[in-house]
Design a protein around this ligand. Structure first.
Ligand SMILES: C[S@@+](CC[C@H](N)C(=O)[O-])C[C@H]1O[C@@H](n2cnc3c(N)ncnc32)[C@H](O)[C@@H]1O
Length: 283
């Protein structure tokens, strides 16, 4: 652990994520598929885009911030990268280390307990920084400046995050009426969804920002279980495995959202996630 005292926010995050780590991991559940990325069945739309943004990462040095219990870091390592994974939760990092051992990949992974806002890495050390649904748990501006410091000139930063473009839509979504029908999934009291202002911040700190908005209706339909299960049974009746049927239906809805957002980009004001890529400046 970095020899630093944690902020109140970081302590809340650490205590929460330590509290949800369980010790039921066995060899099989720690194994990471070489081909299929972790969480592919429910976030393949987002991770697929992130993979495209990252491009070829073989022999590159990747830093994963807020790596949790290390699934994605180990997947990057299994596919040829040297990976550093950091997280504020020591219990999650302990699982990540076990996962790395069980996957026989310890030489290519380095897991450390550290806040993402300040690290002990040297300047300009990493080719790629990746962050999966964790930036919105951090002090965003401080974290982005730290990422810039440790990223090589021309290195890339890729993030998958919940993000909204319209504060009005977010006010409606978080209103009492709507949340009584569709409760918002908020894990920690200190997390906050990103807004387009945060994208502006990324633009100011990095260059060549690109992003794609994702998911409009699919998260809602997924939550209305009776409707979702009914549609899954109708459209994927041929699939015998019920779980696979539901996964396919979920991906089907995500695809529909992707098509809508591609054909009608202005609809991004309704989207819930972004995948974003930015580059460190050259000098
Ligand atoms: C929603 S989880 C995502 C975990 C992982 N990236 C995944 O996709 O499963 C957020 C993670 O961010 C970590 N975290 C929260 N605040 C942090 C901070 N200030 N610095 C580093 N990690 C932090 C948490 O411990 C947790 O593992």
């Amino acid at each position: 652990m970095n020899n630093v005292s944690l902020t109140k926010r970081q302590s809340v995050e650490k205590n929460y994520y330590n509290s949800i780590v369980h010790d039921k991991w066995d060899h099989k559940s720690l194994l990471v598929e070489h081909i299929e990325p972790p969480f592919n069945y429910y976030s393949g739309d987002l991770f697929g885009c992130a993979k495209n943004y990252i491009g070829d990462f073989k022999n590159k040095i990747i830093l994963e911030i807020g790596c949790g219990n290390g699934e994605i870091s180990v997947w990057f390592a299994k596919n040829g990268a040297e990976v550093y994974g950091i997280d504020i939760s020591d219990e999650s990092i302990a699982i990540a280390e076990r996962r790395s051992r069980e996957n026989g990949i310890t030489e290519q992974t380095h897991f450390l307990v550290s806040p993402g806002e300040y690290t002990h890495f040297l300047d300009s050390f990493f080719d790629i920084i990746f962050i999966n649904v964790s930036l919105h748990h951090l002090e965003v501006e401080q974290a982005l400046n730290e990422f810039k410091r440790v990223l090589k000139p021309n290195g890339i930063f890729v993030a998958v995050e919940p993000c909204v473009f319209s504060k009005t839509i977010q006010t409606i979504r978080t209103s009492k009426l709507i949340t009584s029908l569709y409760p918002i999934r908020q894990e920690t009291p200190t997390e906050r969804i990103l807004f387009s202002d945060d994208l502006e911040l990324i633009k100011r700190i990095f260059t060549d920002i690109e992003y794609r908005p994702y998911r409009i209706f699919s998260p809602f339909i997924f939550k209305v279980k009776p409707l979702f299960f009914f549609l899954a049974n109708v459209f994927y009746a041929r699939e015998r495995d019920v779980e696979k049927r539901r996964r396919k239906m979920n991906r089907g809805f995500q695809k529909i959202d992707e098509v809508i957002l591609t054909l009608f980009p202005f609809m991004k004001f309704l989207s819930r996630y972004i995948v974003c890529k930015a580059r460190n400046s050259k000098e």
